[in-house]
Design a protein around this ligand. Structure first.
Ligand code: ATP
Ligand code: MG
Length: 346
């Protein structure tokens, strides 16, 4: 069903046009800087053209995005016409992904659309549009005609099924999108990923066009170091938390679970956290340990927000409440007053 095209055959008062809930409620990417860049999460049925220099990290970032979204219940597909599934799996491992999303081998738009429709995906990423073709179109793969037809068919498909679509597009050597200018006109959002001033720590994402949010705001996305870890790795988080005299967490075992440390109050020592989920998404000014929260949820099931009589360490109670409200709204996470919650902000 095309929620964006419930066409009327008459002039309609703007005040009477209803926006369906499915569109109103954006999908959170679980990565605050990305949610912010999109204007508060991804809009279903929106189409994003996503570019950047070769090797800047487009595929890596989008694999992370799918990982985060699938870990929060969205159905996601990454279809690469450029890389083999085994290569994508290496990228998946490199970013310590755990999400249950699908990888696609298709390069023909119709075949891809059929598979994605069957799966009822919320989000589809195609990498890159230059590798796709429409079999009914008599032009070679990579030609301007195929590029335009592939993109337009995918856009129509995404709109018809209210799927969020991200189209990776190669750059020319001059630095613009490779393809007709129509590509940028026909999509809702145009994003550009660059290395910025601190490539070891961040990639910088900037939207030049956004029909659903702001533009021209540089968003810093935490990046993997050469050793394949985030700048703010679990060990650094633990040290920070220790220094802040917040209840301690033991050093994580690779991929395993970690437990609250010795100094934890007895009422809390049944809490377990998943080591890989200690990755923090860091904004230039602070960091939220969103993944810690999701792992608590995974162990104890859904929580509900209650009257908070939590012990709060390292931040004001108001800030703590704001973060809980944010998590409840954007991540369907709620908690009762007796449930231990640890959120670190540095
Ligand atoms: N095993 C690894 N160790 C260190 N760095 C790596 C490793 N694998 C990939 N990288 C780095 O990750 C960066 C991002 O690669 P990625 O494939 O995501 O970029 P991309 O923008 O999708 O590139 P392309 O335009 O070629 O598709 C690259 O600069 C690469 O050097
Ligand atoms: Mg790539």
């Amino acid at each position: 069903m095309n929620l964006f095209a419930q066409k009327s055959d008459k002039l309609t008062r703007a005040s009477e046009v209803e926006i369906p809930d499915k569109i109103k409620h954006r999908i959170s990417t679980s990565i605050p800087a990305l949610d912010d860049a999109f204007g508060g999460g991804l809009v279903r049925g929106s189409v994003t053209l996503f570019g950047g220099e070769p090797g800047v990290g487009k595929s890596t970032l989008l694999i992370q995005l799918l990982d985060a979204m699938s870990n929060h219940g969205s159905k996601c597909v990454y279809d690469s016409a450029e890389e083999a599934m085994e290569q994508l799996k290496m990228m998946y491992q490199r970013v310590n992904a755990t999400g249950d999303f699908l990888l696609g081998p298709f390069s023909e738009v119709g075949e891809l659309a059929t598979a994605v429709e069957e799966y009822k995906a919320d989000l589809l990423v195609v990498d890159s549009i230059q590798g796709f073709h429409v079999k009914e179109v008599d032009a070679r793969v990579g030609s301007p005609t195929q590029l335009k037809e592939s993109c337009n068919n995918l856009i129509r498909f995404a709109k018809d099924h209210t799927i969020a679509l991200i189209v990776i597009c190669q750059y020319t050597k001059e630095g613009g999108f490779r393809g007709p200018k129509d590509l940028e006109h026909n999509v809702d959002i145009v994003g550009n990923l660059t290395t910025g001033k601190d490539p070891d720590k961040y990639r910088v994402l900037m939207f030049s066009k956004n029909r659903f949010g702001p533009t021209q705001r540089a968003k810093h996305i935490p990046w993997l170091s050469k050793e394949g870890r985030y700048d703010l790795d679990p060990k650094a988080i633990i040290e920070t938390v220790e220094q802040a005299r917040v209840p301690l967490i033991q050093a994580p075992k690779a991929g395993g679970r970690i437990h609250m440390g010795q100094e934890t109050a007895p009422a809390m020592d049944h809490v377990q956290l998943i080591a890989h989920e200690l990755r923090a998404y860091r904004e230039p000014t602070n960091a939220l340990f969103l993944s810690i929260v999701s792992s608590i949820r995974a162990k104890y099931g859904p929580f509900r927000i209650g009257e908070t009589d939590h012990a709060v360490f390292g931040m004001t109670r108001d800030k703590f409440k704001t973060i809980l409200a944010f998590l409840a709204h954007d991540h369907a996470f709620t908690c009762q007053s007796q449930d231990p919650v640890i959120i670190g902000v540095v």
